[in-house]
Design a protein around this ligand. Structure first.
Ligand SMILES: Cc1cc2nc3c(=O)[nH]c(=O)nc-3n(C[C@H](O)[C@H](O)[C@H](O)COP(=O)(O)O)c2cc1C
Length: 436
């Protein structure tokens, strides 16, 4: 399980969590399943698959992601009707994508393809049930853990592709209901919902719903999600707080002369996270307000334009340092550290818990009519912050390396920066690697 910096910090420090729907910070719904989730037979999959209709029903404040894959089974060693293997959902790229999507909720609807004789009959479904439970557990063990909603496999109007209603309705659906009850997982009975609407809700193969049938499934999930919404928003705000208050920064005690004597670039890091206190001390030293009454900082800037913004990238996301509030403001849930340093598996920026990114706001700097000066001053001003970080790290027993290598365009996009703000330099920070 990944070690993270911010989540432990969050629990203690999360500032007033906003519980209202926020289009910029939606609840993420991962729809996991087979071709019925994918939307086979939908007239316009992007609009009429069940996940697409669910998105329309839920609206802003939700992000519904479709991780359906045709013919996939809960059984890890699942096969197609003709014996072709490799059909286990776990083996699909969608499984990895769903796991990485940081979902608040997983709508789990697998099992229809498991009713095929090749998957079910050898052991009467025992393997299917075992692997179904294992997949659910894999999602529940994510950090932070999503809510997994068990979607009972839809009704089979007509046996096709060797999918059998006698197994789906007679054995699988009752087991799925019992499984959800035993594990106290929320349940959406897509079987009952689709059976009730079967007359008008299927395409010719009798297995896949038509647009109306997908609408029935979407409505059933939407009702359950609305019911769960208050609890989901609460846990989302706790897991991904918009703002994290930092502890009061402390000044490093080492005399300046000693810190200067120790200042050096180091490229080996321990993956151990920095504590909230260590982070607060570092950021204050880097570019905090040392004369708050004058709104002036530890690093100088040309004409006091204070155009350098400090972003903090770590395993749990990316944050803007708000020096006035002594807080971190979340801008992404993604780990963007790999966009600093030289790309590749040996990128040491990934070994350290923190990557700082120096972003220059050229609008705030206000020198657009003198582009050469604008760039010169921007670079110098970043350099002062970088040297503050070097000296603080020397005094605080941390390792650091200033980086001209970074991927500015990708970073700008991932951080949601307008054209007027540019990532210019980065700086990796972490504890020294333990001695061999
Ligand atoms: C503007 C600038 C860009 C740098 N870019 C990189 C970099 O991309 N990768 C790296 O490993 N080190 C980088 N460094 C670190 C230098 O290699 C390092 O400061 C230099 O070797 C001197 O070592 P010292 O800092 O221990 O005195 C950069 C340093 C500066 C000042």
């Amino acid at each position: 399980m990944k070690k993270n910096l911010i989540l432990p910090l969050c629990a203690a420090l999360a500032a007033g969590a906003a519980l209202a729907a926020d289009p910029a910070d939606p609840l993420v719904v991962a729809c996991v399943g087979d071709s019925i989730t994918y939307g086979h037979g939908a007239s316009a999959r992007g609009k009429t698959s069940y996940p697409a209709q669910l998105q329309a029903l839920l609206g802003d404040g939700w992000q519904v992601l479709n991780f359906g894959h045709n013919a996939r089974t809960a059984l890890d060693e699942g096969k197609e009707w003709n014996g072709q293997g490799g059909m286990g959902y776990r083996k699909s790229p969608e499984f990895e994508k769903a796991m990485r999507s940081k979902p608040d909720v997983v709508l789990f609807m697998l099992g229809t393809n498991d009713s095929k004789p090749v998957n079910w009959d050898a052991d009467g479904g025992a393997g299917v049930k075992r692997d179904y439970a294992k997949l659910v557990d894999d999602f529940l063990e994510r950090e932070p853990a999503p809510v997994v909603v068990v979607g009972v496999s839809p009704f089979v109007k007509k046996d096709s592709f060797s999918i059998r209603e006698k197994i789906v309705g007679g054995e699988l659906a009752p087991w799925q209901r019992a499984f959800a009850a035993e594990r106290s997982l929320p349940l959406v009975d897509a079987y009952e919902a689709t059976k009730a609407a079967a007359e008008t809700s299927y395409i010719g193969d009798g297995v896949h719903p038509n647009d109306a049938g997908y609408g029935v499934i979407a409505a059933a999930f939407a009702a359950k999600l609305r019911e769960l919404e208050p609890a989901l928003r609460k846990s989302h705000a706790a897991a991904w707080p918009a703002t994290i208050a930092l502890p009061e920064p402390k000044r490093a005690a080492m005399p300046l002369g000693e810190a200067l004597a120790k200042r050096a670039t180091h490229r080996e890091f321990s993956p151990e996270p920095l504590s909230g206190q260590e982070l607060s001390d570092l950021l204050w030293a880097a570019n905090g307000y040392n004369r708050p009454e004058e709104r002036k900082r530890t690093a100088p800037t040309a004409i006091n334009r204070q155009e350098v913004d400090l972003y903090v990238l770590c395993a749990d996301g990316a944050f803007l340092y708000d020096a006035a509030q002594n807080a971190l403001v979340r801008v992404s849930k993604d780990d963007l550290r790999g966009l600093t340093g030289r790309p590749g598996p040996n990128n040491f920026a990934l070994a350290a818990p923190v990557a700082l990114v120096y972003v220059v706001d050229f609008e705030r700097q206000g020198m657009q009519s003198r582009p050469a000066d604008a760039l010169k001053y921007a670079h110098v001003d970043c350099g002062f912050v970088g040297q503050n970080v070097y000296l603080h790290c020397a005094a605080a027993g941390l390792n650091t390396v200033f980086l001209g290598s970074l991927q500015p365009d990708k970073l700008a996009e991932a951080l949601g920066l307008p054209d007027t703000r540019k990532p210019v330099f980065a700086q990796t920070v972490g504890k020294p690697a333990p001695a061999e």
